[in-house]
Design a binder for this molecule. Structure first.
Ligand code: PNS
Length: 162
């Protein structure tokens, strides 16, 4: 049984995340999308909201959603997952991801990090940019699932340009 963890903040989940989850679901027997709790940075959406949005947009039977605190490798062991999946969009992601992957390997060499590339059309998409663009009145409909777009609309008064 090959089980992978796909960890992140998912504030909110984007089409780029979803693309990586779909690819992972084909590669592994089971995938756990794992949302980090107790972040120092203030997320826009609560943990429950983020988990609910993810659950609503994952149609794959072998993908589940969980939350974790503390070290990712501890959670991986607890979940009996041998793999951690991380998406890499551009070379700028690489340095941070390399550090995390090597630190995780230092902590537990049994947990293997697998880097995956999203579809080209999502290589520039990030949760941070989606929120910024939406906040300023830009159209992000193609970049997030419909349920996320609705949640953004409910959460943020769109800036009115006069
Ligand atoms: O969506 P993000 O913010 O890029 O996800 C980062 C995440 C959650 C994968 C990372 O911060 C993490 O794994 N945190 C758990 C703490 C941990 O294990 N730290 C040591 C690994 S470097």
């Amino acid at each position: 049984m090959r089980r992978a963890i796909y960890p992140g903040t998912f504030d909110p989940i984007t089409m780029g995340h979803l693309d990586i989850i779909e690819r992972s679901s084909k590669l592994f027997d089971e995938v756990v999308v794992a949302l980090l709790l107790n972040m120092e940075k203030q997320p826009m959406f609560s943990t429950d909201e983020r988990v609910a949005m993810i659950r609503e947009v994952i149609p794959w039977a072998n993908v589940t959603v969980g939350t974790f605190e503390g070290l990712l490798v501890h959670y991986a062991v607890q979940q009996q997952a041998q793999f951690v999946v991380r998406g890499i969009r551009a070379i700028s992601d690489y340095e941070y991801e390399l550090q995390m992957a090597l630190m995780n390997r230092e902590l537990n060499a049994q947990v293997e990090t697998i880097f995956m590339l999203p579809a080209v059309e999502y290589t520039y998409v990030s949760s941070r940019l989606v929120k910024e663009v939406f906040r300023l009145g830009g159209d992000v409909a193609r970049l997030v699932p419909p349920v996320v777009l609705e949640s953004l609309k409910a959460r943020l008064p769109v800036a009115v340009v006069t």
